[in-house]
Design a protein around this ligand. Structure first.
Ligand code: B16
Ligand code: MG
Length: 368
């Protein structure tokens, strides 16, 4: 449904499903854990199953960094440890077959095919190709994106963007099935729909969540995502002339404080306003109105000598959405600097319900 030109409540059209491998299609996440555990025991490092949750979905090097939790080792030692863990992991995968596919996977793949959806396996693992072959999955998929495909790994969006490109499907028409928190973040950053497999504490940011795939049909997944879409208002193109109207739509508040959806860095003609419930400006001969509280948003972003601004910077990608369920306003922008480098800016804003006196802005900046 079009609410206003350039502003939509989404009705997702899914053209492709991007399956994570370890922990979604096969129980190889368990083998990663056992391999790291063996290494940790040999090195006298404390490592439990609950510590392992932080390693899910992230690259081998990042996994080692998290395992070491601050302990410094030389590059040669780090390399040796990663190689050792990988050799243990490879001992496990040598014996896998189609019997190691997780319950429900074959049926779901078949349904995706029958519905004409494209299918990719998207894994941070450099062993993914071998695992996919041993699981006899090659004939079911159209593309494989793995640990060799990109430089930046999950939670960076690159691997999913790469897979969407391989499938020739826009990322907003892709649905990612993931078991890792880093994977959900990566898929969301890519602009794809997300299905989380596992406990809420791990995959709670996904659009739809299931404990496992054993009884999940494709219709359950698509219905879950459609229900979720009803909570989202999004804007994919930036139009300066409609911003004033959209400031009202992208307002956030908690019943005590409220702030219009203006930009943190400012914008010509924007009407910044933060209103406090019950505090009025009582002007004689005029209407009583809520008083405008000081501007708490103002946030200047500089890269060297260049200042970020929607009206004057070279903006290559723009996406804004109000998530009415989580009550979070997000804006993602790719800013091309005059040096040719690109920065991704991810703004998030919300009003606390726990403490009604607090409103929060978080800005994450990444070189891409
Ligand atoms: P490798 P996924 C990820 O695979 C695993 O979840 C993670 O535990 C592992 O560290 C990573 O692959 C790299 O794997 O050491 O074999 O290159 O979940 O993205 O399919
Ligand atoms: Mg995984």
């Amino acid at each position: 449904m079009n609410v206003k030109k350039g502003l939509m409540m989404k009705h997702p059209t899914i053209g492709a499903v991007l399956f994570d491998l370890d922990g979604v299609l096969a129980n190889t996440a368990e083998y990663h854990y056992r391999a790291w555990k063996r290494l940790a025991d040999e090195e006298g490092l404390r490592f439990t199953r609950s510590d392992n949750e932080r390693l899910r979905g992230v690259s081998r090097r990042e996994s080692l960094r998290r395992l070491l939790s601050g302990k410094l080792v030389s590059e040669a030692k780090a390399q040796e440890m990663m190689d050792r863990k990988n050799s243990y992991y490879r001992e496990f995968i040598r014996g896998i077959s189609t019997d190691d596919l997780l319950p429900g996977v074959q049926e779901l793949l078949r349904e995706c095919r029958q519905q004409g959806l494209k299918i990719a396996v998207v894994s941070a693992s450099r062993n993914a190709q071998e695992v996919v072959e041993r699981l006899d999955l090659m004939k079911h998929i159209d593309a494989l994106a793995d640990g060799h495909s990109v430089v930046h790994h999950k939670p960076a969006p690159d691997l999913f963007l790469h897979a969407a490109h391989l499938l020739n499907t826009p990322q907003e028409n892709c649905l990612v099935v993931e078991d890792a928190s880093a994977g959900i973040d990566a898929a969301r950053a890519a602009g794809a729909w997300t299905v989380g497999i596992g406990p809420i504490r791990r995959v709670g940011r996904a659009d739809a969540i299931f404990p496992d795939l054993s009884k999940v049909r494709l219709a359950d997944i698509l219905n879950g995502v459609r229900r979720r879409a009803l909570w989202l208002i999004e804007e994919r193109t930036f139009e300066s002339e409609t911003q004033h109207h959209k400031e009202t739509i992208f307002n956030i508040g908690n019943g005590y404080l409220g702030t219009r959806g203006t930009f943190e860095e400012g914008h010509p003609d924007q009407h910044q306003a933060t209103l406090v419930h019950g505090i009025f400006d009582d002007v004689p001969l005029a209407l009583s109105e809520l008083v405008n509280a000081p501007d708490w948003l103002c946030l200047e972003v500089w890269a060297g000598e260049e200042r970020f601004a929607m009206d004057s910077s070279d903006i290559r990608e723009y996406y804004r959405r109000l998530d009415l369920r989580a009550a979070v306003l997000e804006r993602r922008v790719r800013w091309l600097l005059s040096s040719g480098e690109s920065l991704e800016l991810l703004f998030e804003r919300w009003a606390s319900l726990a403490d009604p006196h607090q409103m929060i802005v978080r800005l994450r900046i990444r070189s891409i």
